[in-house]
Design a protein. Structure first.
Length: 357
């Protein structure tokens, strides 16, 4: 009579454990969906505000009517030609940088591993500024040169960091060093150029959406339509890679091909975003940490990082347009005001725990 309960107890405990795990996972999924939905609503709200507010303030109903094909000629010009491409570009640029930063930081297991810190953006800047100031390149050719520079810098960093594999810490250090050298190239070229041309290059280096049009939106939209799904597919290898190369290999992951695919996608994402708006600082750096704090335990949280990046650039660009009545600031100025204190806080925390050197 006493043997049956003892035999059933382990099975009951196992069933309770399974139910507990399922309950925790369910809460995590619900929170993930809730946070993503809230971020999407915030993006939509700021997007609508960006289309409504400006030198000509329009009611939201008029904006919606214009988007649906109605409205007068003035409304159509302001909304469809001036505000809509700029707001869409802010979303696309933020999405690209947010995804790129999330992949870099998760893969390399280092909060400093974002494209604007490890030299990817510096590569894009060096090639683009050189092409613009020395060879008078402009338009789509200039954007292509920025993309080539980002991919070239990423490839150089990977090859220099290769030692029978790539360690995250080594890649970050080499990227910082190479980025510093490429930044020196930028300033050297600017110092030898005409003052007016150098000023235009400096504005681009700050990261700006001023004067952007559909010519920048369509190429970036097409690039993200290809790169975002590829990144999501490649990101399946992120979880095992986070456990270390040996463990990931033991779990059946193809370590180096998976790492190379992820680095390639992240580099290309940063490159196309930089090509469209310049190296908008700190968006890739802060988007992923914010997303991970909103949904702890969800790994890279790629959708949340993309939405966070889009929201950050939208809010920063809205502030850049309206913070000062007399002048429109480059969006990179506002994102730097947000990101620089975060970098200092990160370094201070690292020093407190003895990891800052």
């Amino acid at each position: 009579m006493t043997g049956a309960p003892l035999q059933e107890a382990p099975g009951a405990r196992l069933a309770d454990a399974v139910r507990t795990v399922a309950r925790v996972r369910g809460r995590g999924r619900r929170r993930s969906v809730l946070v993503a939905s809230a971020l999407a609503v915030c993006v939509a709200a700021v997007f609508a505000l960006s289309l409504s507010v400006g030198d000509m303030v329009m009611p939201l109903g008029t904006v919606v009517e214009t988007l649906l094909g109605g409205g007068d000629g003035g409304s159509q010009f302001v909304v469809l030609e001036l505000r809509l491409p700029r707001a869409l570009l802010a979303i696309l640029v933020g999405t690209g940088f947010g995804l790129s930063g999330a992949v870099f930081q998760t893969l390399l297991r280092n909060p400093l591993a974002s494209p604007d810190v490890i030299g990817i953006s510096a590569g894009a800047s060096a090639v683009a500024v050189t092409a613009a100031l020395l060879f008078q390149v402009s338009g789509l050719a200039l954007s292509a040169s920025a993309l080539v520079g980002a991919i070239g810098a990423g490839g150089a960093i990977y090859l220099l960091a290769w030692r029978q594999g790539v360690a995250g810490q080594r890649l970050v250090l080499i990227g910082v060093g190479l980025g510093t050298g490429l930044t020196s190239v930028v300033w050297y070229v600017m110092a030898r150029s005409d003052t007016a041309d150098a000023q235009a290059a400096f504005l681009w280096l700050t990261g700006s959406l001023n004067g952007r049009s559909w010519k920048q939106v369509w190429p970036l939209l097409a690039a993200l339509a290809v790169l975002a799904p590829l990144t999501v597919l490649a990101a399946r290898a992120l979880r095992p890679l986070q456990l270390g190369d040996d463990t990931a290999a033991g779990l059946g992951a193809r370590v180096e091909p998976s790492r190379l695919a992820l680095l390639g996608c992240a580099t290309a994402l940063a490159g196309v975003a930089t090509a469209a708006a310049g190296p908008v600082g700190f968006v890739a750096f802060v988007s992923a940490p914010i997303a991970r704090r909103l949904v702890p335990g969800r790994g890279a949280a790629l959708p949340h990082a993309a939405l966070t990046g889009a929201l950050l650039v939208l809010v920063a660009d809205f502030a850049a347009q309206h913070m000062l009545l007399s002048v429109q600031l480059p969006v990179g100025v506002v994102t730097s005001l947000i990101g620089a204190p975060y970098l200092l806080l990160l370094l201070a925390r690292a020093n407190r725990v003895g990891a800052g050197g």
